[in-house]
Design a protein around this ligand. Sequence first.
Ligand code: 5GP
Ligand code: ZN
Length: 136
Amino acid sequence: MKKEDCIFCRIAGGEIPSKTLYEDRDFRVILDLGPATRGHALILPKEHAENLYDLPEEAASKVLLLAQKMARIMVEKLHCDGLNLVQNNGEAAGQTVHHFHLHLIPRYVDDGQAINWKPGKPSQEELDATMKTIVE
Ligand code: 5GP
Ligand code: ZN
C-alpha cells in the first residue's frame, strides 16, 4: 500500500523524480538530498511501512541483501574506505521521514563525520537486569 501523503512512497513509486542508483520490483535506492558524505544513499521499499517494526518479513529479509549489493558497488565505484548502515526508528532515534529507509553512508578517511555514541559504564548487575528485561 502507498500512502498518499508520504514523500518516500511518492519517490519510491517514481511520482517524484530522484537520483536513482538502483530499482527493482520491491525497492528503489536513491541519493540522499542532504548527504553525510559523497554517495550517501537510501534504500526505500516501494510498499509503505513506517519503520522496522512494521516492515513485512519478506522486505526485511531482502533489504540486507540489497544493502550488501549496493555496498559492494560503492566500494568499487566510489573507492570509499568504509561504509555505515544506519536505520532510524522513531523520533527519539532521529527518524524524520516515517517511511522505512536504510541509510548507506560511504565513509572516507578524514571525512569529518561521526556516527557515534558515548559508551555507558553499566555494572554487571545493571547488565543482568537489562538482559532479563529483554529475554524473559
Ligand atoms: P531519517 O532521519 O528519517 O533517518 O533520514 C531521512 C533522510 O532523508 C535524511 O538524510 C534526509 O536528508 C533525506 N531526505 C529527506 N527528504 C528527502 C527527499 O525528498 N529526497 C531525498 N533524496 N532525500 C530526502
Ligand atoms: Zn511511504
